[in-house]
Design a protein around this ligand. Structure first.
Ligand code: GDP
Ligand code: MG
Length: 675
């Protein structure tokens, strides 16, 4: 003989009760009417784990106040038929409102399991529910279903049987606040003393009386001591209402909703859904991509970015600089003190520490640059910038999206080149890669700062800006030329993707910064360190030669190439050597000059002032900007394209750099003579 469990489905209209009912009972159901009314009553049953479960589908109600027929039917059934279990089916996407009925069921002392139905909508709306917490706070077991898809049905059957067997009544209780609670407790005590016989849970009964529930009041009236009780109730309500300043029923309802609001807040998390984010994005985009505001806004952001990089970064950079100066000195003295030969001390302090240090000094600026780039990228702004620049890019024969790799190039050409992977057309990729090294990466900044600082004093900012600008203009011209030569007939696709804005996640920004920043550190620890050591050796040999003199290996090597550079105004071997080693990494240009021209900032600056003129200094900076991508960039270009394009990238930049430097020097000289 099977054991029978009697359950009822309760819930708001349209919460999915009937769908659940049909899923549970299948064809084992019959439809009748509730006694005395024409409201449909559905009953059915299912078998599970040796149990027979009888199911009643209650009319949909929002509460159990017995104002409507449906509410009264549901309430009478719960009170009189005493089901083993009530499954509260709720539309979880409307959690707070639906929980009102659940709270009432629990107050009534019904054994409830909560079915979070419509979980599909919950997910769509970007809501996350901590069901474990909700279950803990309400003191009920929870099932999750998507009823119209039949999802979660086996699980809910399992929970029904399990809870009907051993589940306890919930301890759930809403705290109505001190005043009301006092009255409730006093009345409970009073009813207990009078030994009044009622079939309802006492607390619930008292609350209903305070609420003025018509049906309960009527029942009390028929009790032997009904009049007395009613008088006390009326008195209590009047006293409470005077205290509260408004009507008690409203106060009770408010308390319940207040409680549920807090509960929902506690147990749900909300993230904006795609749809919402799209509509917020739309609003922001109306401003950001506006025809007139877009470009100025972009320029302001860029200006702020550079401001941030230099104002925040430079003090830290100065600290690092002082540290390495101090460290080199201490090391040098220490080595001499312990009896190390002079050349070792020189290698370590002049070569390694000064050389690598002069590069590491730029780490704070570079990390900041990468942070801002990551922020602009992750937030979705970069795509807008590209959108705003789209028309300009089309004039170059490129897609607006090419703009992002180019901007990234200002940080470092390597991530810039790699970012071209997002471009769909091969033409866009190749051209963007080829011109990327013309974007003045952060490694060239030390060169500018050294030379512009020495020769242009107050105007150095302007001079440096002109170099960035020259890079951009040349990139534009070269892009046009490459397009005409290699991709004459390809049209640029028109669609620009605009992903929704999102709040950049600190973690991802840090990761991005680190990925790119560590590249720089690796460079400093690897290529640059090696370069500095090689330069030191070449400067010290053959044995007996004066350090870094023209007779040293490095001097002889430089002298071979120097004549090539004299039309550009810097035809001496030190410049040739510096540029030569700059291929390792552009930072090495400064490091090399430092090694060759003597140590200490003033020493280097003086030497430069002695060897260069403002004009040749400028043409040297232009040369440094253009003449060749660094080794790591060349390797990246090779990886992203093929050998042919790599040769082109190296070849055109060598020629272009030389031509530009020569033009600037020669034309400049003519101008200066005319002035
Ligand atoms: P009742 O009024 O509580 O009996 O609700 P019904 O079972 O009649 O369901 C109301 C509507 O909600 C119907 O159109 C169902 O197909 C739909 N529905 C039921 N469960 C789900 C669910 O989990 N997700 C969604 N999206 N719709 C559901
Ligand atoms: Mg229904």
């Amino acid at each position: 003989m099977k054991k029978t469990i009697k359950i009822a489905l309760a819930g708001n209209p349209n919460s999915g009760k009937t769908t659940i009912f049909n899923n549970l009972t299948g064809s084992h159901q019959h439809v009748g009417n509730w006694p005395g009314v024409t409201v449909e009553k559905k009953e059915g049953s299912f078998a599970f784990n040796g149990f027979k479960v009888d199911v009643v589908d209650l009319p949909g109600t929002y509460s159990l106040s017995a104002y409507s027929i449906d509410e009264r039917i549901a309430r009478d059934f719960l009170l009189k038929e005493n089901p083993d279990l009530v499954v509260a089916v709720i539309d979880t996407s409307n959690l707070e409102r639906n929980l009102y009925l659940v709270a009432q069921l629990l107050e009534l002392g019904t054994k409830v399991i909560l079915d979070l139905n419509m979980m599909d909508l919950v997910e769509n709306r970007g809501m996350k529910i901590d069901t474990e917490k909700l279950s803990r706070i309400l003191g009920v077991a929870i099932a999750e279903t998507v009823a119209h898809k039949g999802k979660g049905m086996e699980k809910i059957k399992e929970i029904i049987v399990e809870q009907a067997k051993e589940g306890k009544q919930s301890f759930f209780k809403i705290d109505y606040g001190e005043d009301i609670e006092k009255t409730i407790n006093r009345l409970i005590k009073f009813l207990k003393e009078k030994r009044i016989n009622i079939d309802y849970p006492l607390r619930w009964f008292v609350i209903k009386l305070l609420e003025g529930d018509a049906e309960i009041l009527r029942k009390v009236k028929n009790l032997p001591q009904g009049e007395t009780i009613l008088n006390i109730i009326t008195e209590s309500v009047a006293k409470l209402e005077k205290h509260l300043g408004y009507d008690l029923e409203t106060a009770l309802v408010e308390k319940r909703y207040g409680y549920l609001k807090g509960l929902v807040e506690e147990c749900t998390a909300r993230h904006y859904t795609l749809e919402e984010r799209l509509s917020i994005s739309d609003k922001i985009d109306r401003v950001v991509t506006n025809k007139f505001i877009g470009i100025p806004l972009f320029l302001v952001l860029m200006w702020l970015t550079f401001q941030l990089i230099f104002t925040v970064g430079s003090p830290v950079a100065n600290l690092i600089d002082s540290f390495f100066g101090w460290f080199a000195e201490v090391t040098s003295k220490g080595l001499i003190n312990i009896g190390a030969p002079e050349w070792i001390s020189s290698l370590i302090s002049d070569g390694v520490i000064s050389g690598v240090g002069s590069v590491l000094v730029f780490l704070p600026n570079i990390l900041l640059l990468f942070v801002t780039i990551s922020l602009l990228e992750d937030s979705g702004y970069m795509a807008r910038a590209a959108f705003v620049m789209d028309r300009l890019m089309h004039a170059l024969g490129l897609h607006g999206k090419s703009f992002i790799p180019l901007i990234l190039g200002f940080g470092c050409n390597i991530p810039g080149i790699m970012a071209t992977r997002t471009l769909e057309s091969k033409k866009d990729r190749i051209i963007t890669i080829l011109v990327n090294p013309l974007m003045s990466c952060s490694a060239r900044l030390p060169i500018y700062i050294l030379f512009a600082g020495a020769f242009f004093g107050k105007n150095q900012g302007f001079v440096i800006f002109s170099l960035y600008l020259m890079g951009i203009v040349l990139a534009i011209i070269m892009a046009r030329i490459f397009k005409t030569i290699f991709f004459k007939h390809e049209v640029a696709p028109l669609i620009m993707e605009l992903p929704p804005y999102r709040l950049p996640q600190a973690k991802s920004v840090v990761i991005h910064m680190w990925e790119r920043g560590s590249l720089f550190l690796k460079k400093a620890g690897g290529i640059i360190l090696a370069g500095v050591i090689i330069i030191w050796f070449l400067s010290s040999f053959p044995p007996g030669v004066e350090y870094a003199s023209q007779e040293s290996l490095i001097g002889r090597l430089g002298s071979v190439f120097a004549p090539l550079l004299s039309p550009a105004g810097f035809g001496f071997w030190q410049a040739a050597v510096a540029l030569g080693f700059g291929i390792l990494a552009k930072e090495v240009v400064v490091g090399t000059l430092g090694t060759l021209y003597g140590t200490g900032e003033t020493g280097l600056k003086d030497a430069i002032l002695h060897h260069f003129t403002p004009l040749s200094a400028y043409s040297f900076m232009v040369m440094s900007l253009i003449y060749i991508p660094c080794i790591a960039s060349i390797a990246t270009i090779k990886r992203e394209t093929n050998l042919r394009w790599t040769f082109l990238a190296v070849g055109y930049s060598l020629i272009l750099g030389w031509i530009m430097a020569v033009i600037i020097y020669q034309v400049g000289r003519v101008f200066l003579r005319l002035l």
